[in-house]
Structures are given as C-alpha cells and as structure tokens.
Design a protein around this ligand. Structure first.
Ligand SMILES: *Cc1c(COP(=O)(O)O)cnc(C)c1O
Length: 426
C-alpha cells in the first residue's frame, strides 16, 4: 500500500485521516507517512522507506523504538492479563519510582494521558485553594481540556478566548493567558488579583511552540508569587519530564513545584501519565478528599510494565550525559551547516529535546517564535524527509533524540542537512 492510498482511505472513516491533528501534515503540506514498524532510531513507512526518526512518538521513545527489554516486559505483562479494574503491585512500583526520581512528588496518581494529568491537577489546585482563576502562558500546550484551550485576549489582564470551537467562553473565563518569560507581567497580575488565583500551570521548558527555555528568573518569580499568595504552582512536565534530565526540568532549574504533571516518557510508548506533588495537596483527591478523579484503565498493568522498564533504562549510568551530548551535536551541527550555506537559521537543545529556528537568534518569547520563517522550515522539512530524516511536521514543534541516535545516525542526519541547506540557499 502506498502512503497516498492509505491517506485517501483513512479520510473516508476518520476526520482528516488522522487520530491527532499534527499527524496530518497540514502545516507542512504533503502526504503523511503511514508507519509500519519502528526499531531503534528508525521507522519505516507503508512503502518500506526508512527514516531516521526525530519525533520519537513526540517524546516517549527515549530509549529508542521497540527496545527489547521494554517489549519483553510488555509481552510478559500481557500474558498475565490485560486489565483488572483492581489495584496491582506494578502501580506501587511505578509510584515509588516516580516519587524517588522527582523529589517534589510525595504522592502520585496514574492516569492514561497528559490531558487527564493536567486537567486533574487543575481541578485539584482549584479544590485545594477554593479559588477559580488559573494562569497559563500563550504558546504552552497542556492537553485539550476546555479550560486550557485558550489564547490570549487583547490587552494585559484580559481573560483568554477559547482557541477551539465547542469550548464555551463560560468555561475559559477563569483562565488568564500571560506571556511566557514575561516576569513583570506576572508580578503585575499577582499584585492586582493574586488572592483569587488558584494556580499557575506552565511548561518549565516549553516544547509545544517549538522549543523555548524558561529563564530561571521567570520560574523563580512564579515560585515566589505562588508561595506568597497561596496559589499552587503546577509544572506541566508531560513533555520535558525525564526528557531534559532524570529529575525533569525542575531538577535543572532547582525549583520545587507544588504539583507536577507527567506523561510521554513515563509510559515508554504506552498510555501512562501521572500527576502528583505535595502529600497534603494529594490528600484532597478521592477517595480521601472531595476532588473527584478516576479512570477505568488508569495504572493499566501492560502500560505500567512499559513505563517501569523505561524508567529503569533511563537510570543507566551516563544515560542523560550521552543523550544531551548527541542532541547538542545535532543542534550545533545543523547550525554550523546553515551558516556555511548562508541560511539564517539556528538551533538549540536541552537534554534529549531540540528546536530548529529560521531566525538569527534563538527565540525566547512566543511573539519571537511566531516571527520565525515558517516557509523556510516547511522546505527544510520536505528536503529532510526526502533524504530519509523525519522531523516534526510543523515549525512550532520540538524535536526528540533517543539513546539509539549514535554518532553514525547524527552524521547521516548532517549529510542530509548539508544538502538541504544548500538547496535552501540556492
Ligand atoms: C503532550 C502534552 C500534553 C498532553 O498529553 P496527551 O497525552 O497528548 O494528552 C500536555 N502537556 C504537555 C506539555 C504536552 O507536551
């Protein structure tokens, strides 16, 4: 079957032919690749074309695709039964592992998607504080819960507008949308309505508007303000948790959020996500407290087996040093090649995450990111794809490297990039 045939067929029974919008290539144009199998740093599409994969399932594939130990653990777990609707020892092991690796998490609850994790953390923050208002930042993505599908309104301190149809303005009227990395705006907001704010939710390393790192000052300020005004600080580390460092972004910035949302890597490719934090806050969760949250497949034994094995593999000595070094080699290599070709471009990385920007300097705000050259990115994307390198199909997504991206893979990528930048310069 060809990708085009599959795409035509998919569109008959599935809206847009995909089960998550970015997969449809709307941003970059062209035909999505339908993936048949994956191994290590590669995947193969329906036409048996091989690609070096730089999305890694949008983060989870950190140890490489189909890692034999993960596959073995999943097979063993599956043979013992797929789901019980009753607790298992594996869930305890998973919770213990998360609490050990992320010290701000004293108690944790497992869920099945990042959306559930952030949505539940938000409900908990509101339940625990008795306040309704929440702060999010333009360009951060926290899953598709109603209150979080919000874009900035016009003017400082105006409330956000729904960014999706089907979200009543009534459901977003408590969500304030502020600018990422704007410390002054945070200060101003808290000094006017700080005692009404239930929580701040933030990606401490933003990976859903391409890659933007928070400044230490930005995160330190929100930590101080939350403490001062009795608001809850939620780090959404669904993407950056276990991706930028073993202890997540909070370990790099040395900041302790009250609650953390996790996902992606902790499932190792199967649906596991989690939210957790201070034990006194988690005590508000049902069945102990009045904040309701539940899930038929939460802590699913097969998914937990994949997650636990992945969490074990990432604790191998030197794992993050190696991952960070390979990712930085890729980013610096791409930057150097673009420079040689005379193309206005730069790249940045942190741990196993990278950003590619058609701009003269690495953007630190949403507004700067929106000014990067999207058309140039789309051309690069297709040139790389034609050369067998699969980047995220959007100028506003981050990229991901796995432990299987060794020197030969990075060198092969650079060869394709050299050719691509030459074309872009021509
Ligand atoms: C992917 C992501 C989510 C949503 O997770 P899903 O599992 O897709 O629901 C939430 N927050 C961040 C930061 C993410 O990157």
């Amino acid at each position: 079957m060809r990708n085009t045939e599959l795409f035509d067929r998919a569109q008959l029974t599935t809206p847009g032919g995909v089960n998550s919008p970015v997969r449809a290539f709307r941003s970059v144009g062209g035909t999505p690749r339908f993936i048949k199998r994956a191994e290590g740093p590669y995947f193969w599409d329906a036409e048996d074309t091989r690609y070096i994969d730089y999305i890694g399932s949008w983060g989870p594939a950190i140890v490489g695709h189909a890692h034999p130990e993960v596959v073995q653990a999943v097979q063993t777990a599956a043979s013992m039964g797929l789901s019980f609707g009753a607790p298992t020892e594996g869930e305890i092991l998973m919770a213990e592992e998360i609490c050990k690796l992320v010290p701000s998490i004293e108690q944790v609850r497992l869920v099945s998607s990042g959306t559930e994790a952030t949505m539940s953390a938000l409900r908990l923050a509101r339940g625990a504080t008795g306040r309704d208002k929440i702060i999010k930042f333009e360009g951060c993505y926290h899953g598709h819960a109603d209150a979080l599908l919000v874009k900035a309104g016009s003017g400082l301190l105006t409330l956000g507008n729904p960014s999706s149809s089907g979200v009543p303005a009534d459901f977003t009227k408590h969500t304030l949308v502020l600018d990422y990395n704007n410390t002054q705006q945070l200060e101003d907001t808290f000094s006017s309505i700080g005692d009404q704010i239930a929580c701040i939710i933030v990606e401490p390393v933003a990976g859903n508007m391409n890659l933007i790192k928070a400044t230490p000052e930005f995160l330190q300020t929100m930590r101080r303000l939350c403490t001062q005004y009795g608001a809850i600080l939620i780090f959404d580390e669904v993407m950056c948790g276990f991706r930028v460092a073993l202890g997540g972004a909070q370990s790099l910035y040395n900041i302790k959020p009250d609650l953390t949302a996790l996902g992606k890597v902790i499932g190792g490719g199967l649906p596991v996500a989690a939210f957790g934090g201070r034990a006194d806050l988690m005590a508000h969760m049902a069945p102990l407290g009045g904040v309701y949250q539940a899930g038929t497949l939460s802590g699913n034994p097969v998914a937990v087996a994949a997650g636990l094995t992945t969490l074990k593999l990432i604790q191998a000595p030197g794992f993050y040093e190696n991952l960070g070094a390979q990712t930085s080699k890729l980013a610096q290599g791409m930057t150097a090649l673009a420079k040689q070709a005379g193309v206005s471009f730069c790249a940045d990385s942190i741990g196993g995450m990278f950003g590619l920007y058609f701009a003269n300097q690495v953007p630190s705000t949403f507004a700067a990111m929106m000014q990067t050259d999207k058309d140039q990115f789309n051309r690069l994307f297709h040139l790389m794809l034609d050369g067998g390198v699969y980047l995220a199909p959007s100028a506003f997504e981050a990229g991901f490297v796995s432990a299987q991206h060794d020197d030969a893979i990075i060198a092969a990528t650079r060869d394709v990039a050299r050719h691509a930048f030459a074309q872009l310069a021509a």
